[in-house]
Ligand binder design. Structure first.
Ligand SMILES: CC(C)(COP(=O)(O)OP(=O)(O)OC[C@H]1O[C@@H](n2cnc3c(N)ncnc32)[C@H](O)[C@@H]1OP(=O)(O)O)[C@@H](O)C(=O)NCCC(=O)NCCS
Length: 164
């Protein structure tokens, strides 16, 4: 069974393993984080926790029974009842519904624990898997966007509607 945990200091080493092992896999569909991210991982981790304490973000890891991180499901730019969703699932767990499961869990938290009313998410046009995950979890396409120079589709989810 997988569980979604709010990001904490103790996740640091396992998260670094997850990002390092999946670096090449993620870089095939989203922008690479760059060498600096890996070299200064602890500083970055502390900064994320500070942002989370300030209430502008809610970060989560999806963890297996063995304690290994299999995915990340994050809410950014929390303001006025809305937040932006970002997620990634490691290569070893790909294609088994893990992203859909994690997105559903973070949607429930957003609505029931964080009191949010709406989520947004941008998926690159070419990222069929990401778009499929958003569609399956109730997001609807609302327009175009550009992220890191790549054409994206903007998605929204109304959290007052029944969850899928
Ligand atoms: C995208 C990502 C999160 C998917 O994770 P996952 O656990 O494999 O996803 P799931 O198994 O829950 O669902 C994937 C869905 O996409 C579909 N899919 C996979 N590749 C696809 C493609 N090229 N085109 C269309 N649909 C595709 C699958 O069939 C599945 O849908 P289905 O169950 O209805 O058949 C993962 O590959 C990842 O982290 N990639 C790198 C980072 C990234 O792209 N993050 C999203 C940024 S918004």
């Amino acid at each position: 069974m997988l569980r979604l945990e709010r990001l904490a200091e103790g996740h640091s080493a396992e998260l670094l393993r997850f990002e390092t092992e999946n670096r090449a896999f993620f870089a095939r569909s989203v922008r690479d984080r760059g060498d600096e991210y890996f070299a200064r991982f602890d500083e970055r981790h502390a900064a994320l926790l500070e942002e989370q304490r300030a209430g502008v973000c809610h970060f989560h890891v999806l963890v297996g029974e063995d304690g290994r991180v299999v995915g990340r499901f994050n809410l950014f730019d929390v303001a006025d009842g809305t937040a932006e969703l970002g997620f990634r699932v490691g290569e070893a767990s790909a294609g088994r519904g893990v992203a859909k499961q994690g997105v559903r869990l973070v949607i429930a938290l957003a609505r029931d624990s964080y009191g949010l009313e709406r989520l947004t998410a941008d998926a690159e046009v070419r990222n069929g898997a990401s778009r499929a995950v958003l569609r399956a979890t109730g997001f609807v396409e609302v327009g175009d966007a550009v992220r890191s120079g790549q054409p994206c589709i903007r998605h929204e989810l109304d959290l007052s509607a029944p969850l899928l």
